[in-house]
Write a protein that binds this ligand. Structure first.
Ligand SMILES: [Zn+2]
Length: 260
């Protein structure tokens, strides 16, 4: 599934016990991992993650006691079997505050085979409260048995030639859309009209990532705004795929997002 499928499923309450998040860059993968974590621990009502409850806010600040980011030991090239056994043991314990506990394994493709086998046991029979998120640049380094037990979330592939100007325009666009300032939105979309057909998909991808990363942050998207924004971007993607001009797409984005 891609990022928008993930958002849809999470907001409808569909949550798996184990995910592999791949594609995109490390920051995008981490943002998607945190999105899953917020959805898993959210104590708000309605769509999850709500972005405003105590649990969502703690995940955003990186202080939720039931959401653990697991990095390799300092200087180590691999996640060791001992470290993964320790994760497995912690996952067997009930969460402290939230309904669930979430283990986000950074560079999960650096788990050596023994470490992966240690985790395989817990993927086969996960504790009801535990959610595992494996962030992996090279998921093919994960054992087939591990992959087959995880839901794979494939983010848009990173574009190595990512133009900093496109990223900057996308950042401005997201900030303007989040602020609800229609004039800022008009200005931000002025830059979009000038994009070529090659640049436009990059811009839309960057905007999607920026918007997700800004969710619930100061000056960032609220959950409601992100949902509107994602719908507008989905529409823009469809138009871009059939070669509608950047000017038309900018107009459609403006109509969809301005407060009138
Ligand atoms: Zn929440």
């Amino acid at each position: 599934m891609d990022l928008s499928d993930l958002q849809k499923r999470l907001s409808s309450g569909k949550l798996f016990h184990a995910y592999i998040v791949t594609g995109g860059d490390a920051d995008a993968r981490k943002a998607a991992g945190e999105l899953i974590a917020r959805a898993a621990v959210c104590s708000g009502s309605g769509d999850v993650p709500c972005g405003v409850c105590r649990d969502c806010r703690k995940v955003q600040r990186g202080v939720h006691p039931d959401v653990e980011l697991i990095a390799r030991e300092e200087g180590a090239r691999e996640h060791t079997v001992d470290a993964m056994r320790a994760v497995r043991a912690r996952a067997a314990v009930l969460p402290n505050e939230a309904r669930r506990s979430v283990y986000i394994i950074l560079d999960a493709d650096a788990m050596n085979p023994q470490a992966q086998n240690a985790m395989l046991k817990v993927f086969e029979e996960p504790p009801a409260h535990a959610v595992f998120v494996l962030l992996a640049d090279n998921p093919q380094r994960l054992l087939e048995t591990v992959r087959s037990r995880c839901e794979t979330v494939n983010l848009t592939p990173a574009r190595p030639a990512g133009d900093p100007e496109t990223a900057e325009s996308a950042g401005k666009f997201v900030a303007a859309a989040a602020s609800g300032d229609d004039l800022a939105l008009v200005r931000a979309l002025g830059a979009v009209e000038k994009l070529s057909r090659v640049e436009l998909p990059d811009f839309l991808d960057a905007a999607r990532r920026e918007a997700l990363a800004s969710l619930g942050k100061r000056g960032g998207m609220t959950r409601e705004r992100l949902s509107e924004f994602t719908k507008a971007l989905d529409e823009a993607d469809k138009m871009a795929a059939v070669n509608v001009s950047a000017g038309h797409i900018a107009g459609m984005l403006l109509a969809g997002l301005c407060n009138k």
